[in-house]
Design a protein around this ligand. Structure first.
Ligand code: GAP
Length: 471
């Protein structure tokens, strides 16, 4: 990775730590590589992202319902889904410096996305040699042959070590939806087409985790399986790609940083008749943010075969039974959060030529919606400000801050992306003439413009600005 890119990520990682957004995991014990803990502002950001997704993809739609399935599933689920047999990456080791890498990633870096699509391990080994792939750490071209490395974490159920049954931590939330398809279709009065959405943790023993929270071994996913009639899947596939792209714009992601990469025929999984990656231009280059896949009826068919349970949908009006086709938009919470951080962060020059670090978060995404700032440590000012703070706290996350100069307090709020700062000054308490009594100043983060508002209208003013129409 180029030094400039490393520095950009390093800056973001250190800002996130300094500002209580994301901390390195297990830090007091020298850390645990590639694990991260979300701090007070990070956890709010994450909750906002999940709430927005849930509202858009589940709660506000009559054709989609929610689910919260277990992380531990019967191991037969993963045999049926193909994860036991083929959820693996080609692992290679540098013979000189022992650096471990994914051969597919190294080849794609040099030859472009999809370069190893459909290739077996012998072909991948030959491609590594033909293209003289160098070790990113020491420059050597001497690699071991690729070995298959299954990404599923194993654990055991049972109280006595070694005697229990082996189970897996789920590598995706999707299978929990497929195995509950019949429960939902039979008991929840859903008629096809309908979808099932789920948010939850997934685990993958990634060979090369990294780039901060881009690729980790423990992460959260927001997945939706949309079940439709065979033959209508291409229409729905297009619908969901457009829907996802529109939503990213609604929540404030810059359009020019997004693109859709349609998988080539060779790249498609054997069960897919259309897959796209919605990609974002990260500081380290374009990378997958969201996968949208037309998965045919593969998963349900596999579960019918392996469980011997009839999972066909019964259309009572047409009096027919069929295995529905599925469109799946699958998104990582942490990955979208990284996109939000990269997309919103900026260092700007102010009018007086100073640097101002700011996160331009969409107000609904911002971890703190407003800061209440008494201009000085005057008892009456602080009391009015505290009362306003307590009133607003009942509606949304707000902060109260009376320390240091007003300029420094603005900067501190800019650095966590607070969209509004409300200043209570001597005018508010009538010490600057009667005409200013009861008025406060509200500063908007991006334009830095200030509005004068009556104190009793602050709550409605902020509600209107922050939640005009919910994305
Ligand atoms: N059910 C389909 C599925 O899981 P995927 O493309 O493997 O598809 C979907 O994963 C999304 O989950 C990705 O687009 C990405 O946003 C996120 N994701 C996958 N692996 C991840 C990892 N190791 N760390 C963080 N996010 C990950």
């Amino acid at each position: 990775m180029a030094k400039k890119v490393q520095d950009a990520l390093k800056d973001l990682v250190s800002l996130c730590k300094r500002r209580g957004i994301i901390f390195p995991g297990s830090e007091i014990y020298d850390g645990l590589a590639n694990t991260w803990d979300y701090g007070p502002y990070g956890v709010e950001l994450k909750r906002n992202i999940k709430d927005l997704w849930w509202k858009k993809f589940v709660a506000s739609r009559s054709d989609i319902v929610g689910l919260d399935s277990s992380i531990l599933l019967n191991p037969k689920v993963w045999e049926a889904s193909g994860h036991v047999g083929s959820f693996s990456d080609p692992l290679v080791d540098c013979k000189v410096c022992k650096e471990r890498a994914r051969a597919d990633h190294l080849l794609e870096e040099k030859l472009g996305a999809g370069a190893v699509a459909g290739k077996n391990f012998t072909e991948i080994a030959a491609m590594m040699r033909e293209n003289a792939i160098q070790c990113p750490k020491c420059g050597s071209k001497d690699w071991t042959e690729p070995r298959s490395f299954n990404l599923m974490f194993k654990t055991e159920i049972g109280v006595v070590e070694g005697t229990g049954n082996q189970v897996y931590l789920r590598p995706e939330t999707a299978q929990g939806i497929f195995i509950n398809f019949k429960n939902i279709a039979d008991n929840c009065r859903q008629k096809i087409p309908f979808g099932v959405g789920q948010i939850g943790k997934s685990f993958r023993n990634e060979i090369t985790p990294g780039n901060f929270i881009f690729r980790t071994r423990e992460f959260e996913q927001m997945e939706m399986e949309f079940f439709c009639k065979p033959g209508t899947e291409q229409e729905w596939y297009k619908y969901w790609k457009d829907f996802c792209m529109e939503w990213l714009s609604e929540i404030g992601i810059r359009k020019e940083k997004l693109r859709i990469r349609e998988h080539s025929k060779e790249e498609l999984s054997h069960y897919s008749n259309g897959t796209s990656d919605i990609e974002y231009e990260f500081p380290f280059g374009w990378g997958e943010l969201w996968g949208v896949a037309s998965r045919t009826n593969f998963d349900l068919t596999q579960h019918i075969e392996h469980s011997k349970v009839d999972l066909r949908y019964h259309d009572k009006i047409a009096n027919e039974k069929y295995i529905p086709f599925v469109i799946e938009p699958a998104l990582g919470v942490d990955r979208l959060l990284l996109v939000m951080l990269c997309d919103a962060y900026d260092i700007e020059k102010t009018e007086n030529g100073e640097d101002r670090a700011v996160f331009h978060f969409h107000p609904t995404v911002a971890p703190v919606k407003a800061a209440i700032l008494p201009l000085s440590k005057d008892d009456e000012l602080m009391s009015v400000a505290e009362n306003l703070y307590k009133q607003l706290l009942k509606r949304f996350p707000v902060e109260y801050d009376e320390t240091q100069s007003i300029g420094k307090r603005y900067r501190r709020q800019d650095e966590i992306g607070t969209p509004y700062c409300v200043t209570i000054d001597f005018g508010t308490i009538g010490k600057d003439g009667e005409d200013k009594r009861g008025l406060v100043t509200i500063r908007e983060r991006d334009s830095m413009k200030q509005d004068i508002v009556k104190i009793e209208n602050v709550e409605s003013y902020l509600m209107e600005k922050i939640y005009p129409t919910q994305p």
